[in-house]
Write a protein that binds this ligand. Structure first.
Ligand SMILES: C[S@@+](CC[C@H](N)C(=O)[O-])C[C@H]1O[C@@H](n2cnc3c(N)ncnc32)[C@H](O)[C@@H]1O
Length: 267
């Protein structure tokens, strides 16, 4: 398989458009934009924590105490009913050593370190996350991997960079429909001909799945947008699905899915 643009414009500083939220001391003071009486002030140029993250996932990803508690391999394995290793292996099977890879959101535990090891010293791994606390933790985990960089960015905003492979692990189910569509399209727009985007996420469990009722309860109380993935195909979030070759595989009684979108080479 041909490897594309490995040495293109990979930026090990991880700065989005030249800015990093935790390096603002080296930057001119951010412009504060007043967006109206009811809205929070926005620092121009820096991604804002999306409302859904703030409203529904503060306890999981933004609160420092719970982040400290949750950011462990055992927690991820438990949340995924023991399927994390299987799903991670399945995601990595779509990625070749030496590729230039985007992981558009942090994942708790060792996922990003394992991905950096998987692509090897010749590969390039760009991780992004919209929450500064996650960016900082992930940078710390990857401090010994010069092939990896972590930046503050919203996955729904196109970065303008191209990647051989994109690995989107359990991000889409957290988003409301608009953000989800924008994210899928931003990611698909970041793969050149020959590249592949992989989405691992929830899926509608099969009839009589023993965990169906539990998952229903979890989604109803904690993850209000997740059940959209029970009824909608990831390919349907793409504005130009015909540009890609789609593959879908399900796991663990169909509770999880891997969807790949491959952009074929022209000619
Ligand atoms: C990938 S998801 C969930 C992964 C998995 N459940 C785990 O165990 O970590 C969690 C991450 O997504 C990030 N996130 C949510 N919305 C995002 C967005 N629009 N852009 C970038 N990162 C986002 C959160 O800040 C969080 O760090």
């Amino acid at each position: 398989m041909e490897v594309l643009t490995l040495n293109s414009s990979f930026n090990p500083s991880g700065a989005p458009n030249g800015l990093q939220q935790n390096q603002t001391s080296a930057l001119p003071a951010p412009t504060i934009v007043n967006t109206g009486i009811l809205s929070k002030p926005v620092k121009a140029g820096l991604p804002q924590v999306p409302d859904y993250l703030h409203d529904w996932y503060n306890w999981a990803y933004l609160n420092p105490r719970s982040v400290q508690f949750l950011d462990h391999e055992l927690i991820v394995a438990t949340i995924l009913w023991g399927n994390h290793n299987l799903l991670q292996r399945s995601a990595f099977a779509e990625i070749q050593p030496g590729q230039k890879v985007l992981q558009p959101a942090c994942v708790y535990g060792n996922f990003s370190v394992a991905l950096a090891q998987h692509i090897g010293a010749e590969g390039r791994l760009q991780i992004s996350d919209v929450a500064l606390i996650q960016v900082k933790r992930c940078r710390h985990k990857l401090r010994d991997f010069p092939q990896a960089a972590v930046r503050l960015a919203d996955a729904a905003q196109p970065s303008g960079e191209l990647y051989d492979a994109i690995c989107c692990y359990f991000l889409l189910h957290e988003m409301p429909s608009d953000d989800r569509c924008r994210t899928v399209n931003a990611l698909l727009g970041s793969i050149p001909p020959g590249g592949t985007a992989t989405f691992i996420d929830y899926h509608k469990p099969c009839f009589a799945h023993p965990l169906k009722a539990v998952m229903n309860l979890i989604f109803r109380t904690l993850e209000p947008f997740a059940k959209d993935l029970w009824y909608e195909e990831i390919a349907d979030f793409a504005s130009a699905p015909g540009e890609f070759i789609w593959r879908k595989q399900t796991y663990f009684g169909e509770l999880y899915q891997k969807v790949t979108a491959h952009r074929p080479k022209v000619g």
